[in-house]
Design a protein around this ligand. Structure first.
Ligand SMILES: Cc1ncc(COP(=O)(O)O)c(C=O)c1O
Length: 379
C-alpha cells in the first residue's frame, strides 16, 4: 500500500485520473498485433516525443518510475560523495542517494513552501559535496534561481526531484529547464499518471543519450554493452496511457484548481489551521492540499487523523515520519533534530486533504464541516 487503501467506501487523498476506456482500445489492438510490448517500441517513442512537446523541453527520457529515474540520473551525472537534499519529501528522494552509496546531507526547509531553504546550504558544503538534489515539494516550485547560483558558485550538479510537480508553472521560465535535470513521476497517485512511470527531463542531449543506455541494461547497440545499466524502460501499455492522458491533463489540472479553490474559500480566515499559499502561485498544479494544524486545535494531529478515518476519510500525515528520523538515516550528522527544526515541526503538524479532479462537492463539504468543528465528528 502506498497512499491509499483499497476500501472503496473510504475517501483517499487521491484517486487516479483515467481517460475514457474506449480510447485505449486502438492501442491495445496495435500492441496485440505487433506483439511489441516493451523495449522502447513505437508507442514508447511516440509518447516521449509528445511529452517533450507538451512539456516544452528538448530532451526527455521516459522511465518505468521516478525512483529509477533519480538513481539513473545521479549515476549518469557521476555524482560522488555528499548530496545536499531535504528530509521533507517522499522517501524515494533519499533512498535514491543512499542506493548509490552516496551520503545525503539534510538541510531544513522553509515554513512557507516546504522546500529546501537555500540560505542554509552554503554552510553545509564540504570538499566532498558534488550535487544538490532539491524537491519541488507538493509540486510547489523551489527557489530555482537561488539554487542555480549556489550550484554554479561551487561547481555542483543541480537536480530537481519534480515527481510531484507535473504541470506546476512559474512566471517567465519553464520550471523543468532549471538545473541539470528534473525527474517526474507518473505514478498512479500523481497529477499525470501512466499507472507507473516517470521521466527525466534535461537540456543536455548527451545526458539523454546516456540515460537511454543506462535504462536499458547498458546496451549501446545489439553487440555492445557499455555500462552497468538497469532496467528502467516504460512498457508500451503505460506509454499508450501516457499519450492519451496528455489530451486530458489540462482538464485534470483545471478541475483540481476548482477543488483547491473550494477548500481555500471554506478554510480561510480561521485560526485552527495554517493554509499555505500554494494556490496563489502562478500555475500551481494543486497536486496536494497540505494543512498545518495549529497548536490551539481541539485535537492533536494524530487524533484528528484517526477521527477522520473513522468517518471514512483516509487522511494522510504526509510527510511523516520524517526521513531524517528513520532508522537508516538518523545517525547521519545532518539528521539531528536541532539541525532540522522546521522539517520536524511540520512533519508533526501537517495533514494532506483529499484532492483529485472528480472529488464531489458533497464529500468535500462534509470533510470541511468535520475539520472546522471536530466535536461533530466525536459525537
Ligand atoms: C517527491 C517524490 N520523489 C520520488 C517519488 C517516487 O516516484 P515513483 O513512485 O514514480 O518511483 C515520489 C512518489 O512516489 C515522490 O513523491
Amino acid at each position: 500500500m502506498k497512499y491509499f487503501n483499497t476500501n472503496e467506501s473510504q475517501v483517499n487523498i487521491t484517486r487516479p485520473s483515467l481517460p475514457p476506456i474506449i480510447e485505449i482500445l486502438p492501442y491495445l489492438v496495435k500492441i496485440w498485433r505487433s506483439r511489441t510490448l516493451t523495449n522502447m517500441g513505437p508507442i514508447h517513442n511516440e509518447f516521449e516525443k509528445k511529452l517533450s512537446k507538451y512539456l516544452d523541453v528538448s530532451q526527455v527520457s521516459i522511465v518505468s518510475n521516478a525512483t529509477l529515474g533519480l538513481i539513473l540520473t545521479l549515476k549518469t551525472l557521476e555524482i560522488q560523495g555528499e548530496v545536499i537534499t531535504t528530509p521533507y519529501t517522499f522517501v524515494a528522494t533519499s533512498h535514491a542517494i543512499k542506493w548509490l552509496d552516496l551520503k545525503p546531507v539534510f538541510i531544513d526547509i522553509n515554513k512557507e513552501d516546504f522546500n529546501i531553504n537555500y540560505k542554509l546550504i552554503e554552510e553545509k558544503i564540504t570538499p566532498k559535496t558534488t550535487a544538490i538534489l532539491a524537491v519541488h515539494c507538493y509540486g510547489n516550485p523551489c527557489e530555482i534561481e537561488k539554487l542555480e547560483k549556489i550550484a554554479e558558485k561551487y561547481n555542483l550538479k543541480l537536480i530537481f526531484d519534480a515527481a510531484q510537480a507535473f504541470g506546476s508553472k512559474i512566471l517567465n521560465r519553464n520550471l523543468l529547464k532549471a538545473g541539470d535535470a528534473s525527474i517526474l513521476s507518473f505514478h498512479a497517485t500523481k497529477v499525470f499518471n501512466t499507472l507507473e512511470g516517470g521521466a527525466v527531463v534535461t537540456k543536455d542531449s548527451t545526458l539523454k543519450k546516456q540515460l537511454d543506455i543506462y535504462k536499458n541494461f547498458g546496451f549501446v547497440d545489439e553487440n555492445n554493452i557499455k555500462v552497468i545499466g538497469l532496467n528502467a524502460k516504460l512498457n508500451e501499455f503505460s506509454s499508450a496511457i501516457g499519450i492519451i492522458q496528455l489530451k486530458y491533463i489540462d482538464k485534470y489540472l483545471y478541475k483540481r484548481r476548482l477543488v483547491a479553490d473550494r477548500y481555500n474559500e471554506a478554510l480561510k480566515g480561521q485560526n485552527l489551521f495554517r493554509l499555505n499559499n500554494l494556490t496563489n502561485y502562478y500555475g500551481y498544479n494543486n497536486s496536494y492540499f497540505p494543512l498545518i494544524i495549529n497548536k490551539n486545535y481541539p485535537l492533536s494531529r494524530d487524533n484528528l487523523v484517526e477521527a477522520l478515518r473513522l468517518k471514512g476519510y483516509n487522511i494522510r500525515k504526509y510527510f511523516y515520519p520524517l526521513i531524517s528520523n528513520l532508522e537508516m538515516y538518523k545517525n547521519n550528522k545532518s539528521s539531528k533534530i536541532e539541525n532540522l527544526p522546521i522539517s520536524n515541526e511540520l512533519s508533526d503538524r501537517v495533514i494532506c486533504l483529499p484532492i483529485y479532479p472528480d472529488l464531489t462537492k458533497k464529500t468535500q463539504n462534509q470533510l470541511i464541516k468535520y475539520l472546522l468543528n471536530p466535536s461533530v465528528m466525536l459525537k
